[in-house]
Design a protein around this ligand. Structure first.
Ligand SMILES: [Mg+2]
Length: 300
C-alpha cells in the first residue's frame, strides 16, 4: 500500500481544519493510502519533520496556509530531485491565490478528494536570495493590502475592498529607485510596486499579470509599476486597477524571465508568498524549473 504523510497546521485559517479533519483523514485513507498524520507545533516544525521523514513516503499531503505549503516545498528541495515525493495541498488560509491557479477546490474535503483523484504535475519554484517561494515575491505599495484589509470587509466587499485599500495607499507611495538586470537589459527607474510571480491570481486579482502563464515553463512573470509622474499617470494607474488591466507599457515594466538581479541604494522590504521576506538592497531571483510535483486534477 502506498504511504502518505499528511502534515497540517492545526491553527491555520482560524483552525478551520478541526471541523473536517476526520473527513479528510477518511478520504485520504479510503483513497488507498497507508496514512501518517502529523500536526505541526510551531513555525518550521513541518519543514523539519518532512526533511527528516519525507523521503520514506510516496505522497506528502499538507494543509495550512501558504506558509505550510512553502515549508513542505522547501523541505523537499533538500532531497535529490528523483527522491522528492509529489505534494498534495489542502489550503485552509483566507488567501488562496496559488490554490486557485492550481485548480484546487476551496472546500477542504474537495481538496482532499483532489489529492486522491489527481495526478502529479511538475511545478517551478522560485529562489529569492536563497529562500524558497512558490508563486510570488513582491515589494512596494500594495504588498500588504490583502493582509491589512479587515477580513469582515473582505468578505462583504471582496475584490472591491482590495481596490479601495489599494487606492487609499496610492497617494502616500514612496517610490523606490531600482536597477534591474533582466534578459540582457539594464533598466533604471523609480517603481512603486513590483512582483515576480508564477500564478494567474495575486491578491485575488486575476488578469493583472497578463496571459500565457505556465507553472512549469521555467519562466516567472515580472510586473513592475513605475512611479506615476503626473496626475494623468496616476489616473491611468487607478483605471488600470479598476479594469484589472495593467498592460500599459509606459507605466508597467513587464516581461517573462528565468532570472533577475535587482539593486537599490535603499533597503526594499519584500513579501514572499504573503509572508515577510526581509529587507534587501541586492536581490537575485531565480526559477528552479520543475523542482517539485504538485497533485491536481487539472492540467497546469
Ligand atoms: Mg511560469
Amino acid at each position: 500500500m502506498p504511504k502518505m504523510l499528511f502534515v497540517f497546521n492545526p491553527n491555520s485559517g482560524k483552525a478551520r481544519i478541526k471541523y473536517v479533519l476526520l473527513d479528510i483523514i477518511k478520504i485520504l485513507s479510503r483513497g488507498g493510502y497507508d496514512l501518517t498524520v502529523y500536526p505541526t507545533k510551531a513555525p518550521r516544525d513541518g519543514y523539519k519533520y518532512v526533511v527528516s521523514n519525507g523521503a520514506a513516503y510516496d505522497v506528502i499531503a499538507c494543509s495550512g496556509g501558504d506558509g505550510t505549503l512553502n515549508e513542505t516545498v522547501d523541505a523537499l528541495l533538500t532531497m535529490e530531485p528523483q527522491d522528492r515525493p509529489p505534494i498534495g495541498y489542502i489550503p485552509s488560509g483566507s488567501t488562496n491565490d496559488f490554490a486557485n491557479t492550481l485548480g484546487i477546490p476551496k472546500s477542504m474535503k474537495d481538496a482532499a478528494r483532489c489529492i486522491v483523484k489527481g495526478t502529479p504535475h511538475p511545478c517551478d519554484v522560485g529562489d529569492f536570495n536563497g529562500r524558497t517561494f512558490n508563486y510570488v515575491a513582491a515589494f512596494g505599495a500594495f504588498t500588504d493590502v490583502s493582509y491589512a484589509t479587515p477580513q469582515d470587509m473582505k468578505n462583504v466587499l471582496g475584490h472591491q475592498a482590495y481596490l479601495i485599500e489599494a487606492m487609499k495607499r496610492v497617494t502616500d507611495i514612496r517610490p523606490i529607485p531600482l536597477t534591474i538586470h533582466v534578459n540582457g537589459n539594464i533598466i533604471r527607474d523609480e517603481f512603486i510596486y513590483g512582483m515576480i510571480s508564477n500564478t494567474t491570481s495575486v491578491g485575488g486579482m486575476k488578469n493583472l499579470i497578463g496571459t500565457g502563464v505556465g507553472l512549469n515553463d521555467g519562466l516567472f512573470e515580472l510586473t513592475f509599476i513605475r512611479k506615476p509622474k503626473n496626475p494623468i499617470d496616476l489616473q491611468q494607474l487607478l483605471n488600470g486597477f479598476m479594469t484589472q488591466s495593467m498592460q500599459d507599457k509606459t507605466q508597467v515594466l513587464s516581461c517573462k524571465c528565468s532570472r533577475v538581479e535587482i539593486e537599490s541604494p535603499q533597503e526594499v522590504e519584500w513579501v514572499l508568498d504573503g509572508e515577510y521576506g526581509g529587507k534587501h538592497t541586492k536581490m537575485v531571483i531565480e526559477v528552479k524549473r520543475s523542482a517539485v510535483r504538485l497533485i491536481t486534477t487539472q492540467d497546469i
